[in-house]
Design a protein. Structure first.
Length: 385
């Protein structure tokens, strides 16, 4: 239930950050900010929560999500975005990048115009920007991105789209090796936008060049990227080996085997991994047939697939991704915070998010010992649980 709360006191909770874990603490929140963290705080609050035997994490930040609850970013309506944002708080996501996909220029522009003026409601996850995934990608690694809409990147096209979005584009997935790709990588990096290499057939040399120009992320590691070969490490090899690159991973055990996830964890370290869902509109609704960019997607317990068998995003939730990561790697709780929140906050240069610290935003999740969401708190208000 959603409750308006101006002040909140969480007592006797174990606070987990990416760099430390401390038990039996109280945290006092006022007007959306963390005001004080300490032992047995003596504050009068509008609401109190007993955090005994629970963990408090920073709210999850999902940098790559297309849809949820039957709606998609590309629907280009306020109602679709509100429905998505409201559903995400159930999985502990408090902030996300609304992600577009390869469609006609007109359809992408409709989505960007809608995002430019959209404001999240108090009881919803916050859209902190836009991730443009396609159409500046490789036809050889299209996956579920429609081939007919893939186009060579131009700086002019991007600038037009950024203007339409109200400067909300924070990340762009690019295949650097395509015509105009390296030029776009360089321009995006100059503008402080996260350049993520994905849907790409780049060689290892191409990867190194892209990194030298400012690329710093890999889109959904292992999927729709030139695979590792001992004579050509490709995009997978580059993502795993180049320290400048942070790796997005969809940890649903459909997009990557548990041991492939473990390999990435051992190669990159938790500080260079970002958990994402890449979820489509079928997340949180019954199995069946759904639309993705005008394509039929069949969703079952085996995942989301096009009729040709290609994976078409996921129905993964962030809380499940976190539990799966723990299962695959036996990582620490602090490392889970890094991979689900603080790394994304650093990539996106988000001030006041990704950490439980005085004067930071009170975007928090209360978890039980099994890492199941008990409450989601956004701007100091309990909006789920």
């Amino acid at each position: 239930m959603f409750r308006l709360t101006q002040s909140l006191l969480i007592q006797n909770v174990t606070i987990v950050n990416n760099d430390e874990i401390k038990g039996n603490l109280d945290i006092y929140i006022e007007n959306g900010k963390i005001k004080k963290i300490g032992i047995q705080l003596n504050f009068t609050a509008d609401e109190k929560i007993d955090g005994s035997n629970h963990y408090l994490f920073p709210g999850y930040i999902d940098m790559h999500i297309h849809g949820s609850a039957g709606k998609d970013t590309m629907d280009a309506t306020p109602e679709a975005l509100h429905t998505m944002a409201k559903s995400l708080v159930k999985e502990g996501t408090t902030s996300y990048l609304a992600t577009t996909m390869t469609q006609s220029s007109g359809e992408i522009e409709d989505a960007l115009r809608n995002l430019a003026v959209f404001k999240s409601a108090e009881n919803e996850a916050e859209i902190i920007g836009v991730h443009v995934e396609g159409p500046f990608i490789s036809k050889k690694r299209a996956g579920a991105q429609p081939l007919q809409n893939i186009v060579p990147p131009t700086i002019e096209q991007f600038k037009h789209w950024q203007q339409l979005s109200g400067n909300r584009i924070k990340e762009v997935t690019v295949a650097p090796e395509v015509e105009g790709g390296f030029g776009l990588v360089e321009e995006l990096a100059k503008q402080g936008i996260v350049v993520s290499i994905g849907h790409s057939d780049a060689t290892f040399d191409d990867m190194q060049k892209a990194v030298s120009l400012g690329a710093k992320q890999g889109t959904h590691l292992y999927n729709q990227m030139r695979p590792f070969h001992h004579r050509e490490p490709g995009v997978v090899g580059g993502t795993l080996l180049l320290p400048e690159i942070k790796a997005e991973i969809i940890v649903d055990f459909v997009h990557a085997h548990p041991q492939a996830v473990n390999l990435a964890y051992k190669m990159k370290g938790a500080e260079n991994i970002i958990l994402i869902t890449d979820s489509m509109r079928a997340k949180g609704v019954p199995f069946g047939d759904y639309d993705l960019g005008g394509q039929l997607v069949h969703v079952s317990e085996k995942g989301a697939h096009l009729t040709n068998g290609a994976l078409a995003g996921s129905v993964l939730t962030m809380d499940a991704a976190v539990r799966n990561m723990k299962k695959a790697t036996n990582c620490t709780l602090q490392e889970l915070v890094a991979m689900s929140s603080s790394n994304a906050a650093k990539q996106l240069n988000l001030k006041g998010k990704g950490k439980i610290k005085e004067q930071y935003d009170a975007d928090l999740i209360l978890l039980d010992q099994d890492l199941a969401i008990q409450k989601t708190i956004k701007n100091g208000k309990v909006i789920f649980g």
